[in-house]
Each structure stands twice: as C-alpha cells, then as structure tokens.
Ligand binder design. Structure first.
Ligand SMILES: [Zn+2]
Length: 360
C-alpha cells in the first residue's frame, strides 16, 4: 500500500465519553475489548496518543433508559430531541456528587497505569507525553453543572486537574442553553448566556481553563466570542453547510474560530457527518475528510483538529473504534495531507491552542 505506519504523528483527540463507557460495560481501560471505542491496547494499535476525557453528568431522568431496549446514547438523544420538553436543570449537589465519582474514576485509571497514562495539566506536559508515548488524559467537563456561580468549586476541580469546561451539553442549565438533537435545524435556538454564564466565562478566563463551545446554542456562542479573551474552541463539531444539525458550525462561526486563533475538532458521529443526518454506520471515511477539507479551506490548516466523540456516538463502520484511526489518516493522506499539515491536524493544533489558552 506504500503507507508507512511508523512515520505518522500521534493523534490527540478533542472528545471522548470513555469513562462513561467503562462504567456502563465494566470493561478495563487496560484490556482490549470489543465493546465501546477506546481502551489502551486499541489506542496503541490506532496511534491514539490521548485526548479530552469528558465528565458528562446524566440527567437524573436520563440515567435510566426510558425503554429497556435503548442504549444510553438513544436515551439521551430522545430526551434532548426537543427543547420544549427538556427536564428541569439538575441540582448542584447531584451534579457535584456525580462529577466527583467520574473524576475519581479517571484519576484511578492514571494511578493504576504504571506510568502508561498521565493526566496532563500544561501543553508542555501534553507534548512530552506524546513524544514519550505516554497516553495523555485531559480532564474536561461536558457541561458546567458541577460548578457553582461563585466559582469555589472551580478552584477545587482545577486543583484536581480539570482544564477544560463546556458550558452546557444539549440542554439548559444555570449558565447557558445548548442545542437540541433535531435535524435539520439552525443552531440559533434559544437565549444566550445567563448572567451566571457570563460570570463563569470570566472565571474560566482568569483560571485559564479552556472553554468548549460544542453543544452551545448560537447566541451563547456569540456571547462567549464577545466576552472571552481565549481562542474559541469547539472540541467536537462539524460543518453545518455539509450536515445541517444544530450541533455543527455555521460558516460565520467557523470564521470567528479562525479569527480568534481557535480550533474546531472533527466529530466522527455519523449523523453529524451526513447530509441526510441519518444514524447510518455505512458512512464512508470520505465524508469525514470532506468536513476536514471544508474547514481547512474556510479557516486554514491551523484551525482544524480531531474530536472523535468515541464512546459517545455511533461511528462510521470503516473506522469503528480507536484501532481504526489509521483508516481516517489514510483518507487524509489520500486527499493530500502530509508532513507538517498532517501533524497539525492530528495533534499540533490542539497543543498550540492549549498552550495559548493555558499559558504554559
Ligand atoms: Zn458531546
């Protein structure tokens, strides 16, 4: 085939829900599984050097499937399909206790790894881990529900390693409103940030914690664009012009990300790749590369990265899981990405934007 596996740069990925998958299936991060998408053996096989590990708090109602045949992904998609029937925001106490549970589980993966996995706190630590072949774990909140408006919990979670916060998942909380899972739709649904949300942006800027715009509605996006002093980042969102889900980014949003020096991460979820929005695993890798190519043409090579949504969404069958990442890399190479450009897409842009945001 003429493709050299060894010469490829390691991949750092902008989003996974692996800690939820480990808990749901009972599988170990250190043993190769046929369930879910990420474990250490499959990461090694696919060239995955690490990523953002999301702490996502299930709504108390969504914690149980509404029908016994449903997967957790289906339950979340059904409950959050229509903003008119969303459940009330969860309590701070509930969110904090769930967050501590998942945070502890993530820290235990690193502790139990014999130095094979490291929680990274700076861009220098991330680059060193990628260079040394240590799997890099970045701790991220997908939804700010565990944070109190006064900012004290942020200090504690920061000390525990949290370095990235998405203001909201596809739902409403005390800070912001996300987009529902409906198709097709504009992302311009619902109000912008609350006063507490605006205060949270300032707290995250002061602490130099990255703000993730994926899932946020469009008015919230523009509020953050106006208030934040950091590059704009959408960890796992695609191109709205190619797949009209509100989870994807309009051309104006892509332009704002570029102008701020930020990054958008390619989401592999089939329904966010396809023009018809279908949850069809028979979605070719070429569709993934189409989104990368569109973003590169619109924003430039410095502003595009990967944000798989492994363990949180249905993947294209050709990729399947972390071990299948070389299929995507070959797709990028076949479209002409190589050398420094490929290195930027696979991890370099994440390292740069995190260094700018975190300051080290
Ligand atoms: Zn997500």
């Amino acid at each position: 085939m003429g493709h050299s596996q060894t010469a490829r740069p390691p991949i750092f990925d902008g989003h996974n829900d692996t800690i939820l998958s480990l808990e749901k299936t009972g599988r170990s991060f250190f043993e190769q599984s046929t369930e879910g998408h990420i474990d250490l053996p499959r990461s090694r096989a696919g060239g995955l050097g690490g990523g953002f590990f999301a702490i996502y708090i299930h709504d108390p109602i969504a914690a149980k499937p509404t029908q016994s045949s449903e997967s957790p992904v289906d339950t979340v998609l059904n409950i959050y399909a229509d903003e008119r029937t969303w459940p009330e925001p969860m309590s701070l106490e509930y969110a904090q206790s769930a967050a501590l549970h998942y945070l502890g589980r993530l820290l235990r993966v690193a502790q139990a790894s014999n130095g094979q996995v490291a929680v990274i706190h700076t861009a220098a630590e991330l680059q060193r881990a990628l260079d040394d072949g240590v799997f890099a774990m970045l701790l991220h909140f997908e939804g700010a529900e565990p944070l109190d408006p006064d900012g004290e919990a942020l200090e504690a979670f920061y000390a525990a390693g949290i370095r990235s916060v998405g203001l909201t998942h596809s739902r409403r909380n005390r800070f912001a409103q996300g987009v529902p899972f409906k198709f097709p739709s504009s992302p311009d649904l619902g109000p912008g940030l609350t006063d507490a949300g605006k205060a949270l942006v300032r707290q995250l800027n002061v602490r130099r914690v990255m703000i993730d715009l994926s899932h946020l509605n469009e008015r919230g996006f523009w509020d953050v664009a106006k208030l934040s002093d950091a590059p704009l980042v959408a960890t796992h969102s695609n191109v709205h012009a190619l797949s009209a889900t509100p989870r994807n980014l309009t051309d104006k949003q892509l332009d704002a990300i570029r102008d701020s020096g930020g990054v958008a991460g390619l989401n592999f979820a089939v329904s966010f790749l396809r023009a018809d929005g279908a949850r069809d695993a028979n979605t070719p890798v070429a569709r993934m590369v189409d989104h990368v190519e569109y973003m590169v043409r619109r924003m430039g090579i410095d502003h595009v990265a990967l944000g798989s949504d492994f363990d949180g969404a249905p993947m294209p069958a050709e990729v399947k899981d972390a071990a299948g990442l070389p299929t995507l890399v070959r797709g990028l190479e076949d479209r002409g990405y190589a050398g420094e450009d490929l290195r930027k897409l696979l991890h370099g842009n994440w390292v740069r934007v995190l260094r700018t945001t975190w300051g080290a």
